[in-house]
Structure formats: C-alpha cells, structure tokens
Ligand binder design. Sequence first.
Ligand SMILES: C[S@@+](CC[C@H](N)C(=O)[O-])C[C@H]1O[C@@H](n2cnc3c(N)ncnc32)[C@H](O)[C@@H]1O
Length: 457
Amino acid sequence: MENNIRAIALDVLIKIEQNQAYSNLQLNQTLQKANVKEIDKGLLTSIVYGTIQRKNTIDFYLDQLLNKPIKKKDRWVISLLRLSIFQMLYMDRVPDHAIIHEAVEIAKQRGHQGLAGLVNGILRKLQREGTAEMDKKAGAGSEKAALTYSMPQWLFDRWSSQFGNEDAEKMAESNLLPSPVTARVNTMLTTRDEVLQQLEQEGVSAEEGELSPEGIIIKDGYLPGTEVYNKGLVTIQDESSMLVARAVAPLPGEVILDACAAPGGKSTHMAEMMKGNGKVVSLDLHAHKIELINKQAKRLGLENIEASVLDARKAGEKYDSASFDRVLVDAPCSGFGVIRKKPDLKWSKTEEDVLKLASIQKDILESASQMVKAGGQLVYSTCTVDQEENSEVAEWFLQNHPEFEWDPDFSEKMPEKVKTFIIEGRSDLQIMPHYFNSDGFYIAAYRKKTTGGEKHA
Ligand SMILES: C[S@@+](CC[C@H](N)C(=O)[O-])C[C@H]1O[C@@H](n2cnc3c(N)ncnc32)[C@H](O)[C@@H]1O
C-alpha cells in the first residue's frame, strides 16, 4: 500500500504543479476520490505537504545531484525525485533503501528503464554522500536562513525587516511543522466536555484547546468520519481563527454583517454564539462559495444565516448604511499565516500580490464600515502576518475614519494568554504561528462612536 501512497502523492504533486492548483484543495479532492485508507491519509498528507514545504531546500540539493537537465516531457520525474528526497531527508518512517526501491519502481512503471536508472543513480548518491558537501554552498546570512527554512528569499527578508531576524526565523521554522487539527464545539447543541467524551467513545483522542473555550485539539484519529462531526457538534477551525468571532462578540437578536464570509467558519461561529436568534448576513464575491456556507449552516443546524453573492465593496447598493449592529471584514489576504496548511502559498504569492491585496482590503473596509450602526462594532481580520495587510490597513482606517475608535472592550473579550500581545491603547492583535502552534492571524476591533466623530468626505 505504501508504494501506492507514493504514486498517489506523485499524482497530487504533478497536478498541483501543472494546474497551479491549491495544495489543500487538490489533496482533499484526492483523499475523497482515491481509495486511500484512513490509516494512510496521514502519510499521504505528510509527503505532499512536506515536499511542497521544503521545495526550496530540496531543489538546492537536486540541482547539485542532477548532472544533466531532465527533458520537458519527463518533468514528473522531478516531482518523484523531490518527494523521495523529502522522505530520505525529513521523514524517518521508511529506510532509505526502501524509498529508493519504490521510487525506481514508480519510474519504471510511468516511464522507462532509462529514467529508472537516473532516479536510482541520484537517490543512491544522496544516500551514499549525504548533504554535508552540498551544504557548504548554502551561502550566509539571510540567504542561508531562507534555504534552511525553505522560504523564498524575498519573503524571509520581508519578515526579517518587519519582525526582526529572530521572530522571522522562529516563524519560518514553525511553518515547517505539521499543523494540529483543531475544531470548534457547537455550543448551541452541546458542551466541550460532552464532545470530548463522545469522541473518546468513537476512538478519537482529543483534548481541550489552548486558546479558545470552545476549541478542541485532535491528538489521534480522523474527525470528519465521526458521528460527532456528522451530527454538527463540531466545525474544523483553527484556534486563532476562533478569536475573531469572540472579537465581534455578537449577541442573540442582533443583525450581523459578515462581508467576506465563505466558506462560513466565522459566520457559523457567530450564529452559534447568537443561539440561533437574530441574523448573520453572509456575503461573498464568488457564487460557488455561497453553497459552502449554506452546507455548513445546515450541518450545524443553524437557521439564522442568510448567505448571498455580493462584492462587499458594493454593500451600499443592497443594504442601508448604519443598519448592522456588528460588521466583520475577514478579508481576502496573502494567507502567510496559514502556510502550514497551504504550503504552496509561499511559492505562489509575490510582493506585488501583497500590495494589491492591501488595496482591496482598504476598499472592502471602506464600504463595509458604512454599514455599522452608531455604537456598533467593526472587526477587521486576516490570516496573514504581513504588516502591510494588517496593522498598516488597520491604522489607515482609523486615520481616515474619526467616527470610529479602537474597541475599548477588546482585551476583555480575548483569552488571558493573548492579552500580553495587545499593545496598550490599541485593540489589535497579531498572532504568529510559533506563539501557540496555531495559524497566524491578525484581528483589529473598532467601535463606532455614538457622537463626536466626523467622517472625512
Ligand atoms: C479569508 S476568506 C474568508 C473566510 C471566512 N470568513 C471563514 O471564516 O470561513 C476571504 C473570502 O473573501 C471573499 N472575497 C474576496 N473578495 C471579496 C469581495 N470583494 N467581496 C466579498 N467577498 C470577497 C473570498 O471569496 C473569500 O471567500
């Protein structure tokens, strides 16, 4: 079976490369379609994600190991070599000779004897000589760090200048770790203790989350196959992401706007917090994603979510201004806080993308903020760590909108553990992946003044 798993992993990697498909979507599709046993899903995921995560470092070795270029039509061999090198250098589950044997078999089946010989030669050389000689060519300073942590150089340099070298290295290193599976308990239907007990009965080992009172961490077992999941008692969500709805703090009976809502993680969380009373209006730009929100709402037994397609920049064409108690802008972003779950982002996003996204984020915030009632709340969040998309957007908003102020109750809404990261006099929070082994998230919370603030024209 493991040989088969490697062949499937190769297919996934080829599709991601050829179609520039998102790694998580491609992998999930394969996990659902291919006949992969529960027990092998973890191995498949580790090989695919690990190979993409370490691409930079693996290619640094591969370039030195290859003594002639591989023909365009045989590009799949590069993916086969990458996933084999990943296993040899970073996984200790299978001995090198077995990895090499399997790679050679796959090369024979997919290609021909010549390619099998090439694969054999390269991998045997790595097995024999190791990486010590090759490592001497790794450069110094940030060039070396980018290679060690397998980061694009521009991104590592950007993080170094934004957070300092130490935090940049810690974050880059923690991005290479597997992401824990965490879930949110549907507190409208059950309690965290009950869910933990039921999961134990279903053979899934889980424990209380670190950050959020409704969070659980899966230690062993596959959550989506359980009754607990099917009955809508939990939603898979990162713990730092759960803090966003806490910052919005919706109350039963209120009307909430979730301006960028799909696939509905935060809309459903807020609807649960409202105990099904009141309404969450969930918008998204993409029609096909609205179905995802509705599907989750149905699974969770939530009837107070109204999802529709709309560009949040045009919210004013459909809704009256000042007509929502609270507004959430969980904006489209570079996603650099979720690299562990979507490793291809580090290779696909560019500095230009960050600039474009910051401009879209400002436009969405500008429009959605018009919808907040006097005295109401506005929350801006992203799953990135880039300051240009985070604190710079949040500060820009406040400078241009004197009718808003930092939310004075923000700190109270946050769990003790994160309070130390909130700077006095502000109400925003940057969580880095290495702080709590979670996704990186940014949250800024504002309150619309009841009097005094004059909006700039
Ligand atoms: C970070 S995701 C939102 C995640 C979601 N809040 C959740 O918790 O599941 C950003 C979403 O914004 C949507 N989007 C992008 N541009 C938009 C726009 N101009 N108006 C509304 N939605 C937009 C994207 O389709 C994407 O689904």
